[in-house]
Design a protein around this ligand. Structure first.
Ligand code: ADP
Ligand code: MG
Length: 235
């Protein structure tokens, strides 16, 4: 088990009272596996993903990544663990606008220096078909190229876990397929991928799909009646 989420619960307190964003969700993802969670907007996908990646402390429950209990670490230790072992990809890319493609991909190595970061960045960009865009700024890229840049950045430190939040939400079909194939390859090479989406298209690439609604995973019996989903693993 590379990622283990146990009874994770997160609530927000907003102007209209309490929001139960994620309620007692449990999930395991093994190395070599690509798991997708699908659910409508507002069902808690981003909250779950951020908590699973050490970016948002849950109110209750545990997150284990490669045997490490993320929220037993201090915030500094957690940031360091995250930088080394967890990659994130978001729908909005979150590239630094004034840095080139190559510099954006090297950003993680600025916080936590690593050997051969420049060579690794070039190699990843080459694998992603970006060799001809190394010195472009993000606003001079297509959306597909922006997401490939963000993917290279996420993989710079050779993380074990890749977390993807609607990574194809802003992409056309062809670019979406390229990104999803890359995520599939990452899992085949021994990584673990957890992707959340409201879009059915990404689901065909995952080994396992879980449906989420109102902060919870669907039960197995509900799942069995729905033919659009291949398999569910609900704890
Ligand atoms: P999804 O990614 O599936 O769209 P989110 O995890 O972003 O869902 O949000 C789950 C619920 O929590 C939504 O009802 C949302 O409005 C609420 N929510 C998200 N972030 C906050 C926040 N910072 N403060 C208050 N409520 C929030
Ligand atoms: Mg979201």
């Amino acid at each position: 088990m590379l990622l283990g989420v146990q009874r994770l619960t997160k609530q927000y307190r907003g102007p209209d009272g309490r929001v139960d964003a994620v309620s007692e969700v449990s999930l395991e993802v093994d190395a070599g596996h690509f798991v997708a969670i699908r659910g409508p907007s507002g069902c808690g996908k981003t909250t779950l993903l951020l908590a699973a990646g050490g970016l948002l402390k849950p109110d209750d429950g545990q997150v284990m990544v490669e045997g490490q209990n993320l929220y037993s670490l201090s915030p500094e230790q957690r940031a360091q663990f995250r930088a080394k072992r967890i990659g994130f990809v978001f729908q909005q890319f979150h590239l630094v606008p004034y840095l080139s493609v190559l510099e954006n991909v090297r950003v993680p190595s600025m916080a936590w220096p690593m050997e051969n970061a420049a060579a690794r960045a070039q190699e990843l960009l080459e694998m992603l078909g970006m060799s001809h865009r190394l010195h472009h700024k993000p606003d001079a890229l297509s959306t597909g190229e922006r997401q490939r840049t963000a993917l290279a950045r996420a993989l710079l430190n050779r993380p074990g876990l890749l977390l993807a939040d609607e990574p194809t939400g802003n992409l056309d079909r062809e670019n979406a397929e390229g990104v999803l194939q890359f995520l599939t390859q990452f899992a085949h090479d021994g990584g673990a991928v957890l992707l959340v989406t409201h879009d059915d298209y990404a689901l065909g690439f995952a080994d396992r799909t879980i449906k989420m609604r109102e902060g919870r995973f669907h039960s197995a019996s509900e799942e069995a009646t729905d033919e659009t989903t291949n398999e569910a693993n609900v704890s």
